[in-house]
Design a protein around this ligand. Structure first.
Ligand SMILES: Cc1cc2nc3c(=O)[nH]c(=O)nc-3n(C[C@H](O)[C@H](O)[C@H](O)COP(=O)(O)O)c2cc1C
Length: 376
């Protein structure tokens, strides 16, 4: 690989990312959830105990998975001293609460085979958790599929998530803003990997036309990871500010601090693409075919109500990152409580809509769009 960073620099960058991600100043505004409003059902005609938030992904394929909750741990950290402890907490709570878990970038495993031990240990301890692997597109472009497959195997992952982060790569001092050949690399991965490929952003959203290219490449799901929560332009801006040599990057990060498509706008665009076109899935061999590609939502999901809105709009499952890391840094109990709050709030919404299940929420949920005047 082309990295000139030492392992020590790699680790200290990962640790710094977690620290800076906890600063409220790196949260961007306007995920768009306040533009969606449910119509309250005062006569629900069901009991609260009738409500189930169980969910299935990759339906009608050999990769189908059932969960007790539609929320999942959005990809975060890996490959440094403290990540084993944090990931163990995340996996323990994903296990007890029935959430899936996206793991943080497995980039270190590409150049340090010992790094896989972190996941092998966690996998042994939590054999029932559904994991999604993770790699950045700028690494994928330069990596053989056979090597990428090892990342999936190390984790016994159900799917591989490829993250797109052009803004972060360009603002990060150590970044690799090289995305030429990205779509071709994704097409090749879809064809050869042997498990579902999901493509996500990291907080700047995915537009309808870009989603169309991804679905045409045969990806099984697009996770919009829109603007409105953790913003990697802001995070790299804070990091650049600490070094006078990086003044240009720091200033640029300030100018681009609200760059991106909001989660709700992105979700609407990507869902529309999926509904209006049946993308040609020639790049996808039948053994790995997902009959219906999915749209996942994340970015600034801070309550079960936010998640309910994304599900009502049509998202298949909902990722949460920063609030889980903030809780995991405190304790496993704090983390479990946050996850239970998300689930409970979602159930409360279903009850106050008079619907028993997520499929009923999607088909019978009553909500309206409030037109926003100006703003983001
Ligand atoms: C500490 C931290 C580390 C992250 N590392 C990764 C990563 O390695 N790979 C990835 O795809 N996304 C990564 N993300 C991005 C999240 O998965 C998510 O897309 C983004 O934070 C927006 O979600 P949020 O607003 O709920 O935080 C990271 C986020 C945080 C907070």
């Amino acid at each position: 690989m082309k990295d000139v960073e030492s392992i020590e620099q790699f680790e200290s960058r990962k640790v710094e990312h977690i620290r800076v991600a906890m600063d409220p100043a790196v949260q961007s505004l306007g995920a768009g959830f306040d533009s969606v409003s449910f119509v309250h059902e005062a006569l629900p005609e069901i009991d609260f105990e009738d409500v189930s938030i169980s969910n299935q992904i990759f339906t009608d394929s050999k990769f189908a998975k059932d969960f007790r909750s539609p929320f999942f741990v959005s990809s975060m950290t890996a490959g440094h001293d403290d990540s084993g402890r944090l990931n163990e907490r995340l996996a323990a709570c994903a296990d007890s609460e029935g959430w899936a878990m996206g793991v943080g970038s497995q980039r270190r495993e590409l150049f340090d085979s010992g790094a896989a031990l972190e996941w092998k240990r966690i996998r042994t301890k939590f054999p029932n958790v559904t994991f999604f692997g993770n790699i950045g597109l700028s690494q994928l472009i330069h990596t053989e599929v056979s090597v990428v497959r090892r990342l999936v195997d190390n984790l016994e992952a159900t799917a591989l998530i490829v993250h797109l982060n052009p803004l972060q790569e360009v603002l990060q001092v150590e970044g690799t803003p090289r995305f030429r050949g990205g779509l071709l690399a994704i097409e090749t991965l879809v064809r050869e990997l042997g498990c579902p490929v999901v493509v996500k952003e990291t907080g700047c959203g995915i537009s309808g036309p870009t989603a169309h290219r991804l679905f045409s490449a045969g990806v099984s799901a697009v996770d919009v990871a829109g603007r409105g929560g953790t913003h990697w332009g802001r995070i790299e801006g804070v990091r650049a500010t600490s070094n006078p040599k990086d003044a240009v990057r720091a200033k640029a990060a300030e100018s681009l601090g609200d760059w991106g498509l909001s989660t709700v706008d992105s979700l609407r665009q990507v869902l529309q693409v999926l509904e209006s076109s049946r993308p040609n899935a020639t790049a996808q061999p039948s053994a790995n075919a997902i009959s219906r590609p999915e749209v996942w939502a994340s970015g600034g999901v801070r309550t079960g109500l936010d998640g309910a809105k994304a599900l009502a709009l049509g998202a298949s499952q909902i990722g949460v990152a920063q609030p889980l890391m903030a809780a995991a840094l405190k304790s496993e109990e704090d983390l479990r409580q946050v996850m239970q709050r998300f689930d409970f709030e979602l159930k409360a919404v279903l009850f106050c809509q008079g619907v028993r299940s997520l499929s009923e929420l999607r088909s019978r949920g009553q909500w309206t769009f409030l037109e926003r005047g100006g703003g983001l």
